[in-house]
Write a protein that binds this ligand. Structure first.
Ligand SMILES: Cc1cc2nc3c(=O)[nH]c(=O)nc-3n(C[C@H](O)[C@H](O)[C@H](O)COP(=O)(O)O)c2cc1C
Length: 190
């Protein structure tokens, strides 16, 4: 893994965090991403994500206020447009089945899905789904993933990870930071 003295991958990254249980691991990852990926890191949280992780912790580690749905209606710089415009890359990590569905159908019912719709087609958008294996293999979820891929979005598929409910290894976790870094580097170089 490159250190924080290595050149960063890009200038601005937007990280969308959704209500998958893996959201609980994101503060440490966001801090590491800020060191390695981009000087400006902005976090956008869904309402369900706030059940798993604190917006204040994410604001501290990202260096910017973590934005939530209410900011759509209070911030005068119209965050879904301004962030979509300034991002070099948008990463949705972890991406829940519900957010994949919302984005696959452009059902812009929250800040994150609205922002993703407003991202210029030249800016890469990368989903890192994380969910129970049965959920991932559900044909409707698979259809949404296929639809997102065919619209030009990138998907980094789940991997084996320790399941919170029983402490055993099972499928559905997020890739580690090192692999994520290599995938994002390749996507940005494309
Ligand atoms: C304890 C718990 C764990 C959950 N874990 C996941 C998960 O890992 N992946 C997922 O897709 N949904 C998971 N869900 C369901 C989502 O939280 C739910 O579908 C929610 O509506 C997602 O909303 P969002 O996509 O707007 O964040 C979980 C729900 C609970 C209560």
């Amino acid at each position: 893994m490159e250190t924080n003295t290595s050149p960063k991958l890009c200038s601005t990254i937007v990280v969308g965090i959704t209500g998958a249980v893996a959201a609980a691991w994101m503060p440490e990852r966001v801090f590491a991403m800020r060191q390695v990926f981009a000087s400006n890191l902005h976090v956008v949280l869904t309402e369900a994500a706030t059940k798993f992780v604190s917006s204040f912790a994410l604001s501290l580690v990202s260096g910017n206020p973590a934005l939530m749905d209410r900011d759509m209606w209070t911030s005068l710089d119209i965050p879904h447009i301004s962030l979509a415009k300034s991002a070099d890359i948008v990463l949705i990590m972890p991406a829940s089945a519900a957010t994949l569905s919302r984005c696959a159908s452009a059902r812009n019912s929250d800040l994150l899905s609205t922002l993703i719709s407003a991202v210029p087609s030249s800016t890469p958008v990368v989903f890192v789904p994380s969910m129970n294996e049965n959920m991932w293999r559900n044909p409707l979820v698979s259809k949404n993933v296929k639809r997102l891929r065919s619209a030009g979005y990138h998907i980094i598929e789940p991997v084996d990870a320790i399941e919170l409910s029983n402490g055993e290894e099972s499928f559905g976790g997020m890739v580690d930071l090192e692999r994520l870094f290599h995938e994002l580097k390749a996507i940005l170089a494309d």
